[in-house]
Ligand binder design. Structure first.
Ligand code: FAD
Ligand code: DLZ
Ligand code: SF4
Length: 512
């Protein structure tokens, strides 16, 4: 009897029930493979982080006495794909059984199932034991034919099921399910930002190994001061530091952006969560415990906002992914066809908000939610970039980008390419919002107040052009009727000027 168990690069949960007992007949396999590094061009830090964290888990399991077979990207024997490497291990250990954990990605789910069915061994697919709900939990909550699945309705079910932030009589703490409207303050320099709690690893030799193997990446590797947590101990340190220093102001400044800080009070826990070094339960429970102990320092609004992201949005997004793939990725409901401008790869645009958010993404592999949604997402949606091009860029660039969470956020929430299934209105803004929530506009060559003059902010031009182009589609939507009505009420010559200006900008998009 020899059982081979595959561990994927985002299944780094050392508390999985698989590891409770050491058994010499069980052989764990982990592999750094070109089939995974090459399906999209990834940010350098993402490849370094995944490989370094995989190696750390392999070492940890070996120290506990488990048998681990590890293919490094540079190993001569490495066939650079799951199927062939697994066959090598099957022969080596004379395998009689194969097991793997549910992959979170549709492509890998199909690929591994195909392999398992044809490998000639009995096989079993285990839960990754990470999420609060099953893959199908969200789709079972909603009517399959419904035009829209509202996150808020699912979130309430999960609140009740977990008991998080619930009173004993079954009502939500504070009498309200959602305190979102209280989380919209700009940050103007105070309260002071917490001292960074990032790490500083040296990964120069791993980075050289990755380059020597020919893996193509983009972005700044930061190999000599690598900032991401790479094992469970570090992930817990990061969680503790966030709960102490970031959480008290998380809610108030959740939507704020500022040129002096990449993260303000955001946790940067998404990498540790998505590779499963941390469980959503322990993150939420640590935050709730902190709030309970310090109700004066941390408001209910702050904690509710944070908990909602993890037990609400994160689980809901995963459920949409599994219910709607594979067709969901090809959504292009607004028929946008423009390619991404070249400055998505170097940050060299004159639009200060985009220069800042793209530059930060390229140098740190991170941007917080509002930078992703309201700056980068707004530009792509209003300029009319093809949603698949946007999606592929997001999948490559962020440290936390795995398709199950990235794709619905881009296709659905940000680009409205699913026809409004996930978000009841298109998320886009003009310079007035960016100016209110950040300091980007004060240092920009463009005029945030202008939509028609020679120096008008391109986001203003594209914003109004978007509503003019799509007015019929959205005129009955009560959440955005105002913008559409204003667009409709413009003087005909202004409408014409906006449309012409938008077309002129599109014609020189690489140079704005
Ligand atoms: P915090 O603001 O501190 O939030 C805490 C946690 O809540 C996050 O770590 C994350 O696990 C969860 N969360 C918050 N918002 C969402 C959301 N909309 N969907 C799912 N989980 C959420 N998140 C990813 O994990 N991977 C992605 O590839 C990704 N791509 C995105 C693309 C777009 C266009 C948008 C608008 C959002 C995307 N998000 C993605 C969601 C969100 O922006 C990130 O989870 C968040 O910015 C990560 O930073 P943080 O850990 O500091 O988050
Ligand atoms: C993203 C990624 C990369 C870059 N490399 C590997 C790898 O070499 N080996 C591996 O097991 N996983 C890797 N991953 C993660 C997977 O591509 C994939 O995104 C997740 O397993 C899907 O949930
Ligand atoms: Fe961005 Fe426009 Fe403000 Fe410049 S003026 S920073 S382009 S919103």
């Amino acid at each position: 009897m020899a059982c081979v168990r595959l561990i994927l690069g985002d299944q780094l949960n050392d508390r999985h029930s698989w590891f409770q007992h050491v058994d010499p007949k069980i052989h764990y396999v982990m592999m750094e493979v070109r089939s995974e590094t090459d399906y999209v061009k990834h940010h350098a830090q993402k490849v370094i982080a995944i490989f370094a964290a995989m190696r750390a888990l392999a070492d940890h399991l070996r120290q506990q006495g488990h048998s681990v077979h590890y293919f490094k990207i540079s190993d001569a024997l490495n066939r650079q794909n799951f199927a062939e490497n697994l066959q090598l291990i099957f022969s080596k250990v004379k395998a009689t059984r194969f097991e793997y954990q549910e992959p979170d990605e549709y492509r890998l789910d199909e690929e591994l199932l195909r392999f398992a069915r044809s490998c000639g061994l009995p096989f079993e697919v285990k839960s990754s034991e990470h999420f609060l709900d099953t893959r199908l939990g969200v789709s079972q909550h909603f009517q399959p034919q419904a035009k829209r699945w509202l996150m808020e309705s699912y979130y309430r079910v999960i609140r009740k099921k977990t008991g998080y932030l619930m009173d004993e009589d079954g009502s939500p703490n504070g009498g309200k399910w959602n305190f979102d409207t209280e989380n919209r303050k700009p940050w103007r320099g105070s309260p002071p930002l917490p001292k960074s709690w990032d790490f500083s690893h040296n990964h120069l030799s791993l980075w050289q190994e990755i380059q020597k193997a020919g893996v193509k990446t983009f972005g700044e590797p930061s190999a000599d001061s690598f900032p991401w947590p790479l094992n469970r101990r570090e992930a817990k340190t990061q969680l503790k530091a966030f709960v102490e220093r970031g959480l008290p102001h998380f809610g108030d400044y959740e939507d704020a952006m500022h040129s002096t800080s990449d993260r303000l009070f955001h946790s940067r826990l998404s990498f540790a969560l998505n590779v499963k070094m941390l469980s959503p339960r322990e993150v939420v429970e640590a935050a709730i415990a902190k709030q309970k102990a310090n109700p004066k320092e941390i408001s209910l609004a702050a904690i509710e906002g944070f908990v909602r992201q993890i037990i609400g949005w994160r689980e809901y997004i995963r459920g949409v992914y599994w219910a709607k793939m594979p067709d969901y990725r090809d959504g292009n409901n607004l028929q946008h066809e423009m390619p991404l401008p070249r400055w998505f790869w170097d940050g060299e645009t004159q639009m200060n908000c985009l220069r800042h958010c793209l530059g930060q993404s390229l140098s740190t592999a991170y941007a917080h939610h509002i930078q992703r949604l309201m700056v980068i997402g707004t530009f792509c949606l209003s300029a009319g970039i093809h949603p698949r091009a946007v999606e592929q860029w997001f999948l490559g660039v962020y440290i936390d980008a795995f398709e199950w969470v990235e794709l619905p956020n881009v296709i659905g929430m940000s680009q409205h390419a699913d026809g409004g299934f996930l978000a009841s209105k298109p998320y886009l803004c003009a310079a007035s919002y960016i100016g209110k929530m950040s300091d980007y506009c004060s240092d920009c060559v463009y005029n945030p107040k202008d939509r028609l003059g020679p120096n008008a902010c391109p986001l203003n031009v594209f914003y109004w052009d978007f509503w003019l182009r799509h007015q019929h589609r959205f005129s009955n939507n009560p959440r955005i009727g105002m913008a559409v009505r204003q667009a409709k009420a413009m003087k005909p010559e202004d409408k014409k000027a906006i449309r012409e200006r938008a077309e002129a900008l599109r014609a020189k998009l690489d140079h704005i």
